[in-house]
Design a protein around this ligand. Structure first.
Ligand code: HAM
Length: 420
């Protein structure tokens, strides 16, 4: 009988220990930078009510119509969160976070789920970090959200990026634009791709995002949304650009940039990298001034972004940027005989309590094999213990990098390791 082989689901990957080090490094960086920006972390459940995601993102968006993992249990509908803007807004409304006063500057890190066709930089379980600033209509909030995003990539050394910026206006401006866009496309409706023909009635703005070749001539000649913005939308957009300049952040205006969710208003942006291939968006976001009300709260303006962590790691790989340190352990206790093993085991807690990372053999191996294992584990020091050492009360401390050693009491060893 052949053995059963289990695998992960398509588009879902294990993050193995060597990779996890990079993730931990990145997560520490995000937490540290968020603290500098005075953003607070929020953690919400992995599953939400399906209706929240439909209402929040829009029934006709690709995510809702094709990509959500959902199931029901009893009377409840569950969805694995495909993003965190709608869930964070739900948490804001449900927990009355407005009562904390001021605007809420929230950030998050975690897994998201979208049933997309997997390829490089596109998975079915992937991870995002992101920020949502809820309660401010000020363009300073837009600029600071973008600054946080750009700052993370700068810190890591991913600098060959382009920040694409657009304004899709408020609903009034967008209505005027959508009409102009449809008038422009209508005479050539038959020449549009199937998908764009489908979007024509329901979601014409998304046609601008089409990658289909036959759509390109009509997109290139399309009217631009920035010509249709009303005074209020223009004023906001001008301020965002001014504040980005004040922050020293360069951007490229792209009047055809539209985003994949229906909740966006005014500012829209994406951070693009040439090192990613087809999936070239490192991060994206924008303002969503109507979402809090849509989800049952008081009218509350908000802005945010989210970034794909796998894509950030791919960019690092392409650019040869190492993340995190090589794995090491401060001390490896090498023992000969059962008595020495007991002694070693009794010293591990003392070493760890003093802040020294420490380990020993778990497999009853020979001394030679233990030394080999200590090398494999990148031990900085080995503490070598046998019968003689136990009798004398002095143990060999070997510096593995410099290959020199000496004989010391355990107290001396502890002092040396703590100060090294
Ligand atoms: P999004 O553009 O759908 O926006 O996703 C943000 C980023 O997540 C993308 O730029 C990409 O790096 C990454 N990403 C998306 N899908 C995948 C995937 N299948 N595999 C790997 N990475 C992926 C949002 O999610 C909005 N919630 C952003 C936002 C926050 N807007 C306002 N606040």
């Amino acid at each position: 009988m052949s053995k059963v082989k289990f695998t992960t689901h398509h588009g879902m990957v294990d993050i193995l220990p060597d990779e996890v080090k990079k993730w931990q490094f990145l997560e520490r960086l995000i937490h540290g930078e968020a603290e500098k920006f005075n953003f607070e972390e929020i953690r919400t459940p992995i599953m939400e009510q399906t209706e929240l995601i439909i209402r929040g993102l829009g029934q006709l968006t690709d995510i809702v119509s094709k990509e959500i993992f959902s199931f029901s249990r009893g009377d409840d509908n569950y969805v694995l969160r495909p993003e965190l803007t709608a869930p964070v807004v739900r948490a804001y409304v449900e927990n009355h976070l407005d009562q904390r006063g001021g605007s809420q500057k929230l950030y998050y890190i975690g897994p998201m789920f979208r049933a997309e066709r997997p390829q490089k930089g596109r998975q079915r379980q992937f991870h995002q970090f992101g920020v949502e600033v809820i309660g401010s209509s000020d363009a300073v909030a837009d600029a600071e959200v973008i600054a946080f995003m750009v700052n993370i990539y700068d810190k890591i050394g991913i600098t060959n990026t382009t920040l694409k910026l657009n304004s899709i206006g408020d609903p009034e401006s967008r209505k005027a634009y959508v009409e102009a866009l449809k008038n422009h496309l209508k005479p050539n409706f038959d020449k549009l791709s199937d998908i764009s023909q489908k979007r024509f009635e329901n979601n014409p703005l998304r046609i601008l995002d089409s990658k289909e070749e036959e759509d390109q001539p009509f997109i290139e000649s399309a009217p631009v949304i920035t010509d249709y913005l009303n005074d209020e939308s223009v004023a906001h957009y001008i301020k965002v650009k001014q504040y980005l300049k004040d922050l020293g952040i360069s951007y490229e205006e792209d009047p055809y940039l539209v985003r994949g969710m229906d909740y966006y208003t005014q500012t829209a942006f994406e951070l693009i990298s040439p090192d990613l291939g087809a999936q070239d968006a490192l991060a994206g976001g924008g303002r969503y001034d109507l979402l809090v009300e849509e989800i049952g709260g008081q009218p509350t303006p908000a802005v945010g972004f989210a970034a794909g962590m796998e894509r950030l790691l791919i960019a690092c790989e392409e650019l040869g940027i190492p993340l995190g340190d090589e794995k090491t352990v401060d001390a490896y206790i090498v023992t000969l005989g059962e008595e020495a093993r007991s002694w070693g085991l009794s010293k591990l807690p003392e070493l760890r309590k003093a802040g020294v990372s420490a380990t020993m053999d778990y497999m009853g191996r020979s001394m030679k094999a233990q030394m080999k294992d200590a090398n494999r584990e990148n031990a900085l020091y080995t503490i070598i213990v046998g019968g003689n050492e136990l009798q004398e009360g002095k143990f060999t401390l070997r510096n593995m990098k410099e290959s020199d050693e000496g004989s010391y009491t355990f107290k001396e060893i502890l002092e040396k390791l703590v100060s090294s």
